[in-house]
Design a protein around this ligand. Structure first.
Ligand code: HEC
Ligand code: HEC
Length: 478
């Protein structure tokens, strides 16, 4: 149904991902060590964009962290997952690429839009926290002087990367050889014959254990952009801090496995894993506010598909939504299309948590992806649930340790301003409206940042959203 739009979208995303990756090709010395992370030029951006999840001390304990699976990385105590070096220490370029391209299918969005210089300044902050954490841990073991310095360097200085063998052309033969190796090299023991994964494994991270799930590779949503280079690095070097092991396969075998893994990944699938920032075209709103999804004015706005980042990466039941926005100087009204296999509407006979959507609007440019209380002036926001709010005594509040649901979840917009919802054939169509105060409709020189979140009752998170979009700049075309 949405194929063409999806395809275009995929291409746009892949372009962004490739740009993000190629702009990092300029060689740069590995991040300076012994720097004070709090005094680095990148730290103010880190506080705004990264600390809500990674914490102001880089320990992974940001305000939003407890709602996220997997947890945001603790830079101080945990080996990074993605590296291309021989000693397993992520280089500046490795970290840069993660920041720019994000970690697919998780809440770690791509940050390429912050610009190359800013991303590099964030690399320095991450590396400085890594060094601090390693130093403090080693000091506690009693090491001092040169011994300490050598040990710190061993944990924090990336070694050069030995070149990967050159990639032969991908053919049916190389891929079939890869299938044989998939069994012989032991991939099958964790990933399964059909690569559907699912097994939960226990990993040792930062002194504590955590569970890591073997991914279903056939969904095509990989953590790293699945370029041949990245896949070869993962298969050769493993994934830091997880059970995914390194291998010592020779060149042809390594590439055969890469070619086989490539055949598992559906074309364009990665696009739904990476919410990217960008423009959101809207049409001009005149007359009464539309309240029904059948209002004919929505049909005139092209639908924009927004991939969503999940709060829990293992529940991607709603991974993208389509939006059709109308805007005036006083309001933004959207029709939001949510493909959702389950219709969850609380009623007298069912105390299911409701499906729903939330919309936030702010004049701030490039707001933090997960704003924390008091950090950002939200111009307005609205929440629409398909039914009443879950009770405050809902077990989910207690289970999530959520102290003040009323303050966070209650809709700010009066009911009159939120529209209605219909559910037909596995798809919700909601209407949601927020009030704005602008001198004219948002335009290229005065855009409004908007972001959406989705609630999915069957995810059993009560009134907490299950996924969110990146910020988009809403612009009414002249
Ligand atoms: C909404 C939450 C969120 C925000 C905001 C966020 N991250 Fe992350 N980040 C994560 C999560 C979750 C992971 C772990 C994903 C995984 O383990 O697969 C992660 C992992 C990382 C990693 C580890 C990569 C590796 O190889 O292990 C780096 C580096 C990183 N983030 C940097 C940043 C920087 C820099 C910023 C700010 C520009 C940022 N993150 C903002 C959630 C976030
Ligand atoms: C001991 C279990 C184990 C074995 C053996 C194993 N893997 Fe994995 N693999 C994992 C886990 C766990 C992850 C997910 C790590 C994460 O994202 O936290 C993973 C992730 C992956 C990914 C996804 C990378 C990404 O960017 O999302 C690929 C591709 C992969 N494995 C390929 C292979 C291949 C090829 C082999 C055989 C050479 C193999 N694995 C052997 C456990 C294993």
């Amino acid at each position: 149904m949405y194929d063409l739009a999806m395809l275009r979208y995929s291409l746009a995303c892949i372009t962004v991902a490739v740009l993000a990756t190629s702009s990092a090709s300029t060689p740069r010395p590995h991040p300076p060590t012994s720097a004070d992370p709090y005094k680095l030029p990148g730290y103010p951006v880190f506080i705004k964009q990264c600390a809500p999840c990674h914490g102001e001390h880089g320990d992974g304990l940001g305000q939003g962290a407890r709602f996220l699976t997997p947890a945001p990385r603790d830079f101080r105590r945990t080996q990074l997952k993605f590296f291309s070096t021989d000693n397993g220490v992520a280089s500046g370029k490795d970290i840069y690429e993660t920041i720019a391209a994000g970690i697919g299918g998780t809440s770690m969005l791509p940050f390429a839009q912050l610009g190359e210089a800013t991303c590099w300044s964030l690399v320095d902050v991450v590396a400085a926290f890594r060094e601090r954490g390693a130093r403090e841990a080693l000091e506690q073991t009693g090491l001092t002087g040169t011994e300490l310095e050598t040990a710190v360097a061993g944990k924090c200085n990336p070694s050069p990367a030995s070149d990967l063998p050159p990639e032969p052309p991908a053919t049916v033969d190389t891929a079939s050889r890869g299938l044989i190796l998939w069994r012989e090299a032991g991939c099958v023991t964790c990933h399964g014959e059909a690569a559907r994964g699912g097994e939960v494994q226990v990993a040792q991270r930062g002194g504590s254990t955590m569970s890591v799930r073997v991914p279903d590779l056939t969904t095509g949503v990989l953590r790293q952009v699945p370029t041949p280079f990245n896949l070869a690095n993962r298969i050769r070097r493993g994934i830091g801090g997880t059970p995914m092991p390194a291998t010592n396969l020779g060149g042809d075998d390594l590439w055969s496995l890469v070619h086989y893994v490539k055949t598992l990944i559906p074309e364009g699938a990665q696009a739904i894993a990476d919410p990217v920032w960008g423009r959101l075209p809207a049409a001009r709103l005149t007359g009464e506010l539309p309240t029904s999804p059948d209002d004919p004015r929505f049909a005139e706005v092209p639908i924009t598909w927004l991939p969503l980042a999940p709060f829990n990466a293992f529940d991607r039941s709603v991974s993208m939504i389509g939006v059709q926005p109308l805007a005036s100087s006083t309001h933004i009204v959207m029709r939001v299309v949510v493909p959702d296999a389950t219709r969850d509407v609380p009623s007298k006979t069912s105390d299911a948590a409701p499906d729903g959507i939330a919309l936030r609007v702010t004049p701030v440019s490039k707001p933090p992806v997960l704003p924390v209380a008091g950090q950002m002036p939200v111009l307005d926001r609205a929440v629409t649930y398909t039914g009443a709010m879950p009770r405050v005594e809902d077990p989910v509040f207690i289970a999530s340790g959520f102290e003040n649901p009323e303050a966070v979840c209650k809709t700010v917009a009066p009911a009159a301003r939120t529209g209605t919802s219909t559910y037909v054939q596995g798809t919700w169509r909601h209407v949601i409206a927020v009030r704005t105060e602008m001198s004219g409709p948002p335009n290229a020189s005065q855009p409004l940042s908007v972001s959406l979140a989705v609630f999915n009752g069957s995810a059993k998170r009560g009134p907490l959203p299950t996924a969110f979009s990146a910020w988009r700049e809403l612009v009414v075309s002249p």
